[in-house]
Design a protein around this ligand. Structure first.
Ligand code: LLP
Length: 430
């Protein structure tokens, strides 16, 4: 199986995190997002241990909430002692509402509004990641008015192409995030921040992309950032106390994807960074990373019920399920690949496009999947590795309620986000 938390029970039914999916579907209905609590916690600990071994400090791991943000995730992150990267008032509110400590939150965004900034300052968010000079001025105006100094990191675009990453590149010079070194804008932002009132520049941030499989991406971005740090030290006497390398380690969606050995990668980045910092004579900064996908993706699975099987002889076979692009838009957005399993049996396969119930032909969850040829209405279909960027990117297209999130643990199963009802969908309508 793709991941050690996926198996089949003695009846051949898919078992996820030790729970058979037919019983879960019966109890909670479908479509259904499942999350494996032990896997989330194991991934957190994997990062913390790797940081401890590599950097001698495990406080630099920040969970990127955009991958999956709901109250229970932040409770888990608080319990695991993981920091948080937040990008909106909604994410901040969710984290703070369960008592997640504000000082451990890094607040990102290339388009923070004055209200966003006010909310984050009111609640004592630990660090802002400042994207550009306008963002800096907006923050500085408010910190000055409050007579306070806010810790910030400055988002720098290192000019790195993360390759293999198909969908969202954030490292090259021309992206919308941060300011590039190459054009002189990064230096200008640092200069402005160092002289801005109410701003404490703790260091630098970069993030080159998501689903990074290139072995040396973090080494390459470290090289660029360390060189820039040395330049800033020589020219402005500025010493970065923190260096945030962003998120991005990839995960396995299908068997042919490589398995990234994240602890080994982090050990490599740590050794590389130490050596480069030593060459500059600068003190070693506190290093941070912001993993999202690699903490929650393989802790997720989505279970659907087949509504219809449609054969168009000589053309195509469809399995149409009770969810679709509204709960998982990643194939239509990124051509994302997924492993799809029949929930109750294997073998005797035929090829089907797994599609959803939304009113457009583009509503494809995954093309050309192998499922038993006799798949029929009422059967369960499981899409694996849906813990990241599925619930968080779900929409109400076609006025569909979003599925519930059920957290699985060895002790049992519990609803952590309930199913959205038709009434919920009208809650904001006047
Ligand atoms: N830090 C920053 C500044 C980011 O922009 C991101 C992701 C992360 C950390 C976390 O990256 P991760 O470890 O999850 O790769 N919706 C897309 C992914 C967008 C990623 C955006 N930024 C998807 O479904 O693949």
């Amino acid at each position: 199986m793709l991941s050690s938390n996926i198996a089949r029970d003695e009846r051949g039914v898919v078992r996820f995190a030790g729970h058979s999916v037919d019983a879960l579907a019966e109890r909670y209905g479908t479509p259904l997002y499942l999350m494996d609590e032990e896997r989330i916690r194991a991934n957190c600990r994997m990062y913390k241990n790797a940081f401890l071994a590599g950097f001698g400090d495990d406080t630099g791991v920040l969970y990127a909430g955009k991958a999956a943000a709901f109250k229970e995730i932040y409770r888990i992150m608080a319990q695991e002692g993981i920091g948080v990267d937040a990008v909106s008032v909604g994410e901040l509110y969710t984290a703070l509402s369960v008592g997640y400590p504000a000082e451990r939150i890094y607040y990102h965004g290339d388009a923070k509004t004055d209200e966003d900034i006010r909310y984050a300052l009111d609640h004592g968010v630990g660090c802002f990641v400042v994207d550009n000079e306008t963002d800096l001025a907006a923050l500085s105006a408010q910190t000055q008015a409050r007579g306070m100094r806010q810790k910030v990191l400055l988002r720098i675009t290192p000019g790195i192409d993360p390759h293999t990453y198909e969908a969202v590149n954030t490292g090259t010079v021309d992206v919308k995030f941060g300011v590039p070194i190459q054009t002189g804008q990064a230096e200008a932002l640092v200069r402005a921040a160092l002289s801005a009132d109410g701003i404490d520049v703790a260091g630098l941030h970069c993030h080159v992309g998501s689903e990074v499989f290139d072995e040396d991406v973090f080494e390459r971005s470290s090289d660029v950032m360390v060189e820039f740090m040395a330049f800033l030290h020589a020219k402005y006497g500025f010493t970065a106390r923190e260096l945030d390398l962003g998120g991005g380690y990839g995960v396995r969606y299908v068997d042919s994807d490589p398995a990234a050995d994240i602890p080994a990668r982090i050990a490599g980045v740590a050794a590389h960074l130490r050596a480069r910092i030593k060459e500059t004579g600068l003190p070693m900064p506190r290093v941070l990373m912001e993993p999202g996908r690699s903490i929650v993706a393989d802790a997720g699975m989505t279970v659907y019920t087949v509504s219809t099987v449609k054969h168009i002889p000589g053309f195509k076979n469809y399995v149409i399920v009770d969810g679709g692009m509204a709960d998982n838009p990643r194939y239509i957005l990124y051509d994302a690949r997924y492993t799809v399993l029949h929930g109750q049996r294997e073998g005797g396969t035929d090829t089907f496009d797994l599609v959803g119930r939304c009113c457009e032909s583009g509503d494809v969850l995954q093309p050309a999947v192998e499922l038993p040829a006799d798949v029929r209405r009422g059967d369960l279909v499981c899409v694996c590795t849906t813990g990241a960027y599925n619930y968080s990117m779900a929409s109400n297209y076609n006025r569909l309620g979003r599925p519930p999130v059920v957290m699985l643990s060895p002790d049992g199963a519990r609803v952590v986000v309930r199913r959205e009802t038709a009434e919920d969908l009208c809650a904001l309508d006047l």
